[in-house]
Design a protein around this ligand. Structure first.
Ligand code: CTP
Length: 425
């Protein structure tokens, strides 16, 4: 945290301080500042008050680099989006039902979320809310935590002013995560994961009354959430640097068993490998790696049941299943020839093999990843055809035997391969 800014009165940030933070290129790249000023200019032309909200303000005040821009207007966000496209180019994806739009920036993969300030009414716990346009204050009051319920004004004279009706700055200073009202987790139980993520990420504490709201009623609502929503929250946790501590916290809050009775704890020894950079030529994906390591000791039946509950993609199910399967079959493979290892591993995803290597340190797995899987005989199908052989099962059998000979060191150069081929023919 930028301590200097909190000397004296803590719950009031001077506009000059905010402007200084906004102009710090380590927090906000200059092109993003220009983008904000462009949005402000067009909002002013349309006469609609306009703010950045949520994580932007939280991270700015904490002196952390800004990731995404969520812009709220007290007016029609879709209209503002159209104006931005007209003046600066890019593309707009409007969502008329929610009065929101995504502005895809020209010549870039970046985008800005444009939101009409709104009030939300949750008619059923856990269901998506009913939305009606309203003021920025109402928009802040519909949010999850005080530290996420601040706005920074963009248009006109107000540029750089912080709107903080729920004392988010004071909670940033106290380093606490606090909900805005007691039904918050009932309305949206994904906020339980969010609270734990912010707590772990910033080394904050979930304020005791807020923690007390993670009770059996809230967990019942969480139990009803769709697999897709739950998996998304777990994905976000796995992306975090302190994923293991977060999963421990999620488990101790009773959340894991509410998701599924077979949901395991994360073995710390396994979780530590999530922090390692993958040095080898293995497609790295932290979420998949996270789930492979997390579910590594489960049975096939448990994995399919969890994959079903969490709406895993086919690929993720395969990754996780393959990791656990390999872990179980490892003792039977130890001592096998390189060719036997190679054929046993060849159908498994590389990431799963790599995960099991990290845990077991079985050298054969590393040899497979870095070397054996690339070994091929010099002779290929065309060569066999040229020798008058007809394509068929015998074809693959010969090529397989040649490959095995290379893998197992029985053949080490081209002339030895030719000798073997002659014998096989
Ligand atoms: N929000 C909320 N309730 C949710 C999800 C989001 O109130 N269940 C609000 C919060 O004000 C949050 C904002 O929407 O700040 C944007 O959500 P999101 O992009 O998910 O979070 P960020 O604040 O950007 O945090 P992160 O750094 O984790 O992405």
């Amino acid at each position: 945290m930028n301590q200097a800014l909190y000397k004296g009165k803590i719950d009031f940030m001077q506009k000059d301080d905010v402007l200084r933070l906004l102009r710090d290129p380590n927090l906000l790249p200059s092109e993003k500042l220009t983008l904000l000023s462009n949005i402000a200019t067009q909002a002013e032309t349309l006469g609609v008050p306009c703010y950045v909200v949520g994580g932007f303000v939280r991270d700015l005040l904490l002196g952390k680099p800004i990731n995404d821009l969520d812009v709220v207007v007290e007016g029609d966000a879709i209209n503002l989006g159209r104006k931005l496209v007209e003046v600066y180019g890019g593309k707009l994806t409007p969502h008329f039902k929610f009065h929101t739009a995504i502005w895809h920036l020209p010549n870039s993969t970046d985008f800005v979320d444009l939101i009409t300030a709104r009030k939300e009414i949750y008619e059923m716990p856990g269901a998506l809310p009913k939305v009606t346009p309203s003021t920025i204050e109402d928009d802040l009051r519909r949010r999850d935590f005080t530290i996420n319920a601040m706005a920074l004004r963009l248009d006109g004279e107000g540029f750089g002013e912080i709107l903080d009706p729920l004392d988010g700055q004071a909670d940033l200073e106290r380093r606490v995560i606090r909900v805005l009202h007691p039904r918050s987790f009932m309305d949206d139980p994904t906020r339980i994961f969010r609270a734990i993520r912010y707590e772990g990420r910033y080394s904050f504490n979930i304020e005791p009354l807020t923690l007390g709201l993670v009770d059996s009623e809230a967990l019942k609502v969480l139990h009803m959430l769709s697999g897709e929503r739950l998996r998304h929250e777990l994905d976000l946790i796995l992306e975090e640097e302190r994923a293991f501590q977060m999963v421990v916290r999620v488990a101790s809050a009773g959340v894991l068993t509410s998701i599924h009775p077979k949901m395991p704890k994360f073995n710390q020894e396994y979780a530590d490998y999530l922090e390692m950079d993958i040095q080898l030529d293995v497609p790295a994906d932290r979420r998949s790696m996270g789930f492979i390591l997390w579910f590594l000791d489960l049975t096939e039946e448990e994995i399919f049941s969890l994959a079903n509950r969490l709406d895993f993609s086919n690929q993720l199910s395969l990754d996780v299943w393959a990791g656990a399967q390999l872990m179980r079959s490892l003792p039977h493979l130890v001592g096998a020839k390189p060719s036997e290892w190679t054929y046993a591993l060849e159908k498994l995803p590389l990431l799963s093999i790599y995960a099991v290597y990290l845990i077991s340190r079985e050298n054969a797995l590393l040899s497979y990843i870095s070397f054996w899987r690339h070994v091929k005989p010099r002779t290929n199908g065309n060569d066999l055809k040229a020798m008058g052989l007809l394509p068929g099962p015998r074809f693959s059998e010969i090529l397989l035997k040649l490959r095995s000979a290379w893998l197992d060191g029985e053949v080490t150069n081209e002339s030895q391969e030719k000798e073997l081929l002659a014998k096989l023919l």
